[in-house]
Design a protein around this ligand. Sequence first.
Ligand SMILES: *[C@@H]1O[C@H](CO)[C@@H](O)[C@H](O)[C@H]1NC(C)=O
Ligand SMILES: *[C@@H]1O[C@H](CO)[C@@H](O)[C@H](O)[C@H]1NC(C)=O
Ligand SMILES: *[C@@H]1O[C@H](CO)[C@@H](O)[C@H](O)[C@H]1NC(C)=O
Ligand SMILES: *[C@@H]1O[C@H](CO)[C@@H](O)[C@H](O)[C@H]1NC(C)=O
Ligand SMILES: [Cu+2]
Length: 345
Amino acid sequence: MLQSLPCIAALFVGSALAGAYPPDAVDKLAEESMSKLKDYLAKNPQGGCTLETAVKRKEWSDLADKERQEYTSAVLCLMGKPGLMTAQAPGAKSRFDDYVAVHIQQTPRNHGSDPANSPLFNGNESSMSGNGAKVAHQGIPIPGAPRPYNLIPAADGGGCVTTGPFKNMSVNLGPIAPTLQVKANPRSDGLGYNPRCLRRDVNKNSAAVTTANYTLDLITKNNNVYWFQTVMEGQFPQGKWGVHAGGHYTVGGDPAGDFYVSPGDPAFWLHHAMIDRVWWIWQLQDLAKRLTEVSMTRTMNNMPPSANGTLDDLSNLGVMAPDVKVRELMTTMGGLGGKLCYIYV
Ligand SMILES: *[C@@H]1O[C@H](CO)[C@@H](O)[C@H](O)[C@H]1NC(C)=O
Ligand SMILES: *[C@@H]1O[C@H](CO)[C@@H](O)[C@H](O)[C@H]1NC(C)=O
Ligand SMILES: *[C@@H]1O[C@H](CO)[C@@H](O)[C@H](O)[C@H]1NC(C)=O
Ligand SMILES: *[C@@H]1O[C@H](CO)[C@@H](O)[C@H](O)[C@H]1NC(C)=O
Ligand SMILES: [Cu+2]
């Protein structure tokens, strides 16, 4: 992670909320909750990390055009740096691919508006590139869900992305669990070199379950981390896709629609920043309790059966960084011995 910093420095930008979209119910809750954070910090100072010094992370539409292009340039910069993982993952050609490859290796352990016309995906030079070309496809199957929730209907894309900063990028790793027909990886673990275009289906059918009212319910109606996590991840047998899966499949395609390889689409990182923000807003509601509250077993869906995770478990980041205790990742202000110091505005 540290070696990536020269590229990533540009990803973090300051200043206040001045967005294209008016604040929604979740933004308002976040703003109201800042007083709780101030009170908490007054009683529990975090060394040099204060509200003034904390890095401010903003939503895409709140960035100036120039900042949006600095962001995509930083991602392209990572794609231009040699990878560290060629021995284990011949397909990992760049520093960006390293993150994708580590995600592929770790997947078994961890894990409504009109999006196509938003500043994020409208395809202009200060977007994250646009939709894929229209290609007939089956939609996205949701295993374990009853009809009609067992399929997210296809939207207007599905083919190669042809606009914006990532129109020419090469997806190198995977597929492992594709939702589109793409050529197979030469290795069964998906880590071989398999260059192809970035494909997307920016999907309003999936975005419909990620609107502010779903997120607000998630934050305000789940008072322990077990339920917060369960509702966020989706309750497929009840036909609830959840904001996590819903956000992923809002950028369906290849590799975004692939459970293992999804970080290979640069849009993944923005979705997961939002997941982090939602957890942060949830924590703000009861900092004394929620900054140390973890739940869930160490294996995905408890298969194979495993013990519950604890704050002393190690989080493995592969070649990116040494293992760290989960405890160090629980707060955005003061985690990692003070190296983590950011808030969302
Ligand atoms: C891209 O589109 C967004 C949304 O309409 C707009 O705010 C932005 O200025 C546009 N940028 C460029 C470079 O055209
Ligand atoms: C797109 O990629 C091709 C093949 O790598 C390269 O020849 C071309 O210069 C690239 N174009 C742009 C605009 O980056
Ligand atoms: C959110 O709002 C939409 C549109 O009004 C509605 O269909 C949906 O049921 C609401 N979801 C929740 C969780 O309240
Ligand atoms: C793991 O956590 C769950 C939920 O808090 C709890 O019901 C269960 O008893 C725990 N399992 C063990 C083995 O401690
Ligand atoms: Cu995810």
